[in-house]
Structures are given as structure tokens and as C-alpha cells.
Design a protein around this ligand. Structure first.
Ligand code: ADP
Ligand code: MG
Length: 234
């Protein structure tokens, strides 16, 4: 099995900076981050056989180092319940991407299980000109995009940092269980933040990282999308 460092070197040698979702998830899984099991299919038949192996419902996504925002590009199909739906979604995704982005290098389609719904949170890392790598935490979807309800800490994070950054977002009550919603496993989220911080500390090649979204549950959490951008060769 390739180590994290090997995966990064291999990608650098190809001269590209965006890892595909599958590669990013593999790398983060090795760092102890819980991710949805995701496999690459390079044909429709393979997409169907992987789907049967993983179990329905299934999600298909475009696997391309040139497509950063997969759903905006029409490259994500959720909740596929049968082999027939998987076949059709495979064709639809390829057709859409080839039409919209004729230049995009396409590796195939990623096949993964549809995760059960949870509270959507995100963990990210970006480079600050002054402080270097900083970790961001926030609630997913509209809360981040519109309200910018996020918190930041400088890498390396302490346990206390992780604790505080979860509690200081305005949406924190949603994590504690709001109006009959189940509370999420907050210690697990703290651990997840620290794992990401450790990963960043150990992989200086990583320029930017996004786990968006992570579904948080009363018992654990799982990242359904991962984006890793590597530093470009100087
Ligand atoms: P992108 O961010 O590149 O547009 P995502 O992989 O985040 O693509 O997929 C878009 C949305 O689809 C996610 O925000 C999430 O709500 C949903 N989604 C993606 N993968 C899964 C999955 N495995 N299970 C359930 N929902 C998913
Ligand atoms: Mg995403």
C-alpha cells in the first residue's frame, strides 16, 4: 500500500496540483480520518459491479484533476438505487463534463455509498500569509457560504484549540441537539480536527485542504467529500 508521502510524490511527478477526491480520501484515511469508502470506476460495467459490492443507494461523481467543484459542474449524482440508475448516471456525468469541459482530463467516475444524513460540518486548511497553515471549522452548506460562521486556529492545534473552535461558532447549539435533533458526537469532532492538524503538520506539500461536507452523527462522523491541493513545483 502506498504511504501518504508516496501518493503526494506521485502526483507531483504528474505536475498537477489538485488531487482527485479518491486520492484525497485515500490519503486522509491513512491519517485516521473517517471517509466514505470510495472507488474509481473506469467503465459503466465497473461502476455497476462496484455499486453492487458496496450496496445501494450509491453516489457517483466525476473523477478529474481539472474539476474542482463537482456538483456545480454537473458531476454528482446522489441516491442511485438500482444498477440501471447507476448506468444512466455514469453516462450522464461523462456526457455533461465532456460537453462543458472538453479539455478536462477524466480518470473515470468515483463510486461510493450514499451516507446516511447527519449534521453537515466542514474542516478546512488554508495558508495564511502571516501564520502559515490555519485550520477552519464550521457548519456545512448555507451556514458557511452565506453566514461565514466559522472559526480558525493556527497549526499545530492543541486539544483545547479543537474544543474551543467547535464551541465558538454561532451554530454550536445545532451540534448540541436543537429542537429534538440528536446531539452529535462532539469529542469525535475534536479528535477529527486534531487528526487534520497532525496531517497538515506532517505533509508540508499540502497547500490547501477541504473536508466538505463531513456528516456528523451521534456516534462518530464521516467525510463524504475531500479536496487536497498540493503546492506547485517551484
Ligand atoms: P462538490 O463539493 O465537489 O460539489 P461533493 O462531493 O461535496 O461535491 O458532493 C456534493 C454534495 O452531495 C455534498 O455536499 C453532499 O451534500 C452530497 N454528497 C456527496 N457525497 C455524498 C455521499 N457519499 N453520501 C451522501 N451525500 C453525499
Ligand atoms: Mg464538497
Amino acid at each position: 500500500m502506498a504511504t501518504g508521502q508516496q501518493i503526494i510524490d506521485r502526483d507531483k511527478s504528474k505536475g498537477r496540483s489538485l488531487m482527485t477526491e479518491i486520492e484525497a480520501k485515500e490519503l486522509l484515511k491513512q491519517a485516521g480520518v473517517s471517509v466514505v469508502d470510495t472507488k474509481l470506476a473506469t467503465s459503466k460495467e465497473e461502476a455497476v459491479s462496484i455499486s453492487k459490492e458496496l450496496g445501494f443507494p450509491i453516489v457517483l461523481k466525476i473523477a478529474s484533476p481539472d474539476v474542482v467543484h463537482k456538483s456545480d459542474a454537473g458531476g454528482v449524482k446522489l441516491g442511485l438505487k438500482t444498477s440501471r440508475q447507476v448506468s444512466k448516471a455514469y453516462d450522464d456525468i461523462l456526457k455533461t463534463i465532456r460537453q462543458k469541459y472538453p479539455e478536462a482530463r477524466i480518470q473515470g467516475v468515483s463510486v461510493q455509498k450514499m451516507a446516511r444524513p447527519g449534521v453537515e460540518v466542514i474542516i478546512g486548511m488554508s495558508q495564511d500569509a502571516q501564520f502559515g497553515p490555519v485550520i477552519m471549522f464550521g457548519l456545512g452548506g448555507i451556514l458557511v457560504e452565506v453566514l461565514k460562521d466559522v472559526s480558525f486556529r493556527i497549526v499545530p492545534l492543541t486539544q483545547r484549540d479543537a474544543r474551543e473552535m467547535i464551541r465558538e461558532i454561532k451554530g454550536y447549539p445545532l451540534l448540541e441537539g436543537y429542537r429534538g435533533q440528536e446531539p452529535v458526537d462532539i469529542p469525535n469532532l475534536e479528535e477529527l480536527i486534531l487528526k487534520v492538524s497532525n496531517f497538515v503538520e506532517q505533509n508540508h506539500e499540502v497547500e490547501e485542504l477541504d473536508l466538505n461536507p463531513i456528516f456528523a452523527y451521534k456516534d462518530g462522523a464521516v467525510a463524504v467529500d475531500a479536496r487536497v491541493i498540493l503546492k506547485k513545483d517551484k
